[in-house]
Design a protein around this ligand. Structure first.
Ligand code: FMN
Length: 257
């Protein structure tokens, strides 16, 4: 199954078996992460896996999850690094789901390992073979309906609807779904919702979540044979918005032979 199909099956897993993940699969996960497209190619990132089969790692964090493995995401702190982190990691988590592994993002958890010089530990993912059901029926996912997430300015075609269905299922910190969309037949204006409590950690979580959502958008567009260009428009950035902030515009164009 491909990443697009995994979007409709993945759910967060918080209980794991203490089973070893084959060494080759651990290598494949890191290799996959190193080779997928980025939102910002100029930002250096690094993925590392910390094994915790004996529960020896003093993992710290609010809402942490005990797991036999942690995937740790490091990045340079440059503009856009949080959104880039969510974008890259969601590809990796969908890949892992397809390999039978359960995963859970841990936004405010730290794994106390040194990590690469000059990089920050951005987010951690608990993973391993699941004790609970790995897949779910997408109809059971708790998400806002598209009519609450989108304002449709023009009629959406079949491909656009499929892209929006994939975007709707994107996981977010505390399932807040901090995004809204203005939809035309060939473009989507993406907005992020303002935090009620604008603490820096909530803002960080929102930006990582936005990257996850954009990964669903591009994965689904690719599946529909639609070329997508994400570009922030200057005129949109200059305007002020009542309940959120403009993030980017997704310009969609069908591939033509
Ligand atoms: C950026 C981010 C941070 C998250 N942090 C945590 C966390 O600290 N603890 C936790 O149990 N789940 C965490 N989650 C998982 C979300 O709660 C979960 O994705 C959301 O409730 C939707 O559920 P689902 O993934 O099963 O669809 C996080 C998710 C994201 C995207």
């Amino acid at each position: 199954m491909n990443l697009y199909q995994m979007i409709f099956k993945r759910r967060s897993i918080r209980k794991f078996k203490k089973d070893q993940v084959p060494e080759q699969l651990l290598k494949d996960i890191l290799y996959f992460g190193d080779n997928i497209p980025r939102l910002h190619g100029d930002i250096q990132i690094k993925l590392e896996i910390s094994e915790n089969m004996e529960e020896h790692l003093p993992v710290k964090g609010l809402w942490k999850v005990e797991a036999p493995y942690y995937l740790v995401f490091y990045s340079e702190e440059k503009e856009g690094y949080l959104t880039n982190a969510g974008y890259v990691l969601e590809h990796v988590l969908l890949y892992m789901t397809g390999k039978g592994l359960g995963t859970c993002y841990l936004g405010s958890t730290k794994v106390p390992v040194p990590g690469p010089a000059g990089m920050k530990q951005v987010i951690v993912v608990a993973f391993g073979y699941p004790k609970t059901l790995l897949y779910r029926d997408p109809a059971t996912a708790k998400r806002l309906p598209l009519k609450e997430l989108c304002v449709f300015k023009e009629e959406a075609g079949e491909s656009m609807k499929n892209i929006l269905k994939a975007v709707r299922l994107a996981p977010s910190a505390m399932n807040t779904q901090p995004w809204r969309f203005i939809v035309y037949h060939d473009k989507i204006y993406v907005f992020s919702c303002r935090e009620f409590l604008p603490s820096s950690s909530l803002v960080s979580m929102r930006e990582i979540s936005a990257g996850i959502m954009l990964s669903h958008l591009t994965i689904a567009a690719e599946e529909m044979w639609i070329n997508v260009k994400l570009e922030a428009e200057e005129a949109m950035e200059k305007k002020s918005y009542k309940s959120g902030a403009y993030v980017t515009t997704a310009f969609l164009k069908e591939y033509k032979c």
